[in-house]
Design a protein around this ligand. Structure first.
Ligand SMILES: [Fe+2]
Length: 314
């Protein structure tokens, strides 16, 4: 096994056809330290061993793979807690984000396994959230630090996911209890829909390294981050208050479009990308590195697992 030291993400850890799990168990502490410093590892050239082997890789480095809760994107189960990456139209980009950063708790480590590479593009671009934070204009950062950010989500039949799928229950009382315990305001809408609202912080401290990181869904969930045709269609069909997701300052005030442009530019300036090869395993520190998805062609199949749940307030 050789370890490259290039300054770009991710750090490539190369194998020569040997079992990934055996090697990872042997180098566990060293690789975990590298992950917390660099933010992402690419395990390339190993024998992964299918979905079971992938889950064993997660266990070897992190522990048990987690169920995907309070969902924001459609995924299918491959096996156990191994899922497909978001089932989203191949022609569209998924903007850079940190998994579940709109929630009260989130996974610290993410795993992606390239089962079948795409024909063109389809990378998982990565952006270091320490660099994103450093690039943000002082005034913009101060405004968000003072006011926080709000995430509003609507769950209905027309667009987005039904609440039954997001919260994995048919029981309204259970949804209300879930929301109450996580500082989420829940409101049932006429017609059976649900709207939730939560106020969160934009900057969080990494629990291991102590570094401040730009960690929130303020950009990816904002309507201006959608392609213009989709944005205009949704606004016309639903109106802003009924969008599947929208973000505001913590006091409910609108985030100016120029601020959103600036935030997107900061993410993009920090982004790096690589082309997947079959059996690549990408390991991401979910707080140090944001990830997205390029549009792609061809039969791309990426398995995803999440691990190491973390709640900043508990
Ligand atoms: Fe994601």
């Amino acid at each position: 096994m050789t370890v490259e030291t290039t300054p770009m993400l991710p750090l490539v850890v190369e194998g020569h056809g040997e079992s990934a799990v055996e090697r990872l168990r042997a180098r566990r502490e060293e690789l975990r330290a590298a992950l917390r410093e660099r933010g992402a590892l690419l395990l390339r050239g190993f024998d992964v061993g299918g979905a079971d082997g992938f889950a064993d890789i997660v266990r070897a480095l992190s522990g048990e793979p987690l169920p995907y809760t309070e969902r924001s994107s459609p995924r299918s189960v491959i096996k156990g807690n191994v899922y497909t990456s978001t089932d989203y139209p191949p022609g569209e980009e998924i903007f850079l984000h940190n998994e579940n950063s709109y929630q009260a708790s989130w996974p610290l480590t993410l795993y992606f396994h390239c089962v079948r590479p795409p024909l063109t593009r389809g990378a998982t671009p990565l952006a270091d959230t320490r660099r994103v934070l450093a690039a943000i204009d002082d005034e913009v950062r101060r405004e968000f630090a003072r006011r926080g950010w709000t995430v509003v989500r609507n769950y209905g039949d027309l667009v987005g996911l039904p609440w039954q799928e997001v919260f994995a229950t048919e029981d309204r009382a259970e949804v209300e209890r879930y929301c109450r315990e996580r500082d989420i305001e829940a409101r049932w809408l006429p017609g059976g829909g649900l709207r939730t609202r939560a106020v969160r912080e934009v900057v969080h401290r990494h629990p291991v390294t102590g570094e401040p990181v730009w960690f929130n869904h303020a950009t990816v969930f904002h309507v201006t981050t959608l392609p213009e045709s989709v944005r205009l269609g949704l606004l016309e069909m639903l109106g802003e208050e009924n969008l599947p997701s929208q973000t505001y300052y913590g006091d409910g005030g609108p985030i100016p479009y120029a601020v959103m442009d600036h935030l997107r530019a900061c993410y993009r300036a920090a982004a790096t990308r690589f082309d997947y090869r079959a059996d690549d395993v990408l390991v991401i520190d979910n707080m140090l590195v944001s990830h997205g998805r390029e549009p792609f062609t061809g039969p791309r199949r990426i398995a995803v697992a999440m691990a190491e749940p973390y709640s900043p307030d508990r």
